[in-house]
Design a protein. Structure first.
Length: 70
């Protein structure tokens, strides 16, 4: 499965990664690559927990890029 993640540097220079479709699924890393690896682990753990508790896996968010005249 593919999930959209948002990665932003925080005020301390740490990269914070969040998966919006999975509430509370957040991780971080010293580098962007580390944050991506850590959020992948966090998503896997989140999905395992959903499965263990018999809860449905939310559908991944689809997104489009649109042009807007400025």
């Amino acid at each position: 499965m593919k999930f959209r993640v948002v990665i932003e540097p925080d005020e301390d220079g740490v990269f914070v990664a969040e998966c919006p479709v999975l509430p509370g699924c957040v991780s971080q890393g010293a580098t962007r690559q580390e944050a991506i690896a850590n959020i992948q682990d966090a998503i896997q753990g989140y999905l395992h927990s959903l499965e263990k508790h018999g809860e449905a896996v939310p559908s991944p968010v689809t997104e489009e890029i649109v042009d807007v005249a400025v």
